[in-house]
Write a protein that binds this ligand. Sequence first.
Ligand code: HEC
Length: 187
Amino acid sequence: MAARQDDEHLIEHNYDGIQEYDNPLPRWWVYLFYATIVFSILYALNVPGIGIGKGRIADYEADVAAFRAAHPQDAETVSPEQLAALAADPSALEAGKQVYVTNCASCHRADGGGMIGPNLADDAWIHGGTLANIHTTIVEGVLAKGMPNWGKLLKPDQVNAVTIYVASLKGTNPVDGKAPEGTPVTP
Ligand code: HEC
């Protein structure tokens, strides 16, 4: 590298004949650097809630709680009351039908009449016919009999929707449905 001639910028010290130029960083760069330090301190204080507001952790928890309150059917555990309320929602039934057609019709037939899996439209249930029973069967499956554990494969709101859709098949009397299996449940 060609030697620079502006010796006024040369720093005094001299180590083994090596001298340095004083090359100050641009002002904007230095101010930006100071700004990141100030920001990091304010940010660190804000995480547990020191300073303005409740803090990032509390804000996050409040957001999650608000979401859960607004979407109760998304919760991992759903109450029979929530399922019953969902059953009155036509859009949830429609969503459940989509889940059913995609995932369940191959074994239970599109109309629920049964094939590899039992008839879902009759009054007889092997694993219980309440909304809560049906939900549990779908979530846990009956792996030994070839019914997959849909709780691992579908989202909670999909399981909830397909639960109420299955319950809605009752009494639709599909043509050539499989003979009832299990215990008849009188509503
Ligand atoms: C690979 C085939 C298969 C698929 C796919 C399948 N099932 Fe099943 N299902 C079965 C079998 C087999 C049984 C019977 C289990 C038994 O005998 O205990 C069953 C049982 C059930 C029962 C319990 C019926 C009763 O009488 O208690 C419900 C409810 C049910 N399935 C819902 C679903 C839903 C909802 C889906 C889709 C998300 C689905 N199944 C997909 C094979 C399947």
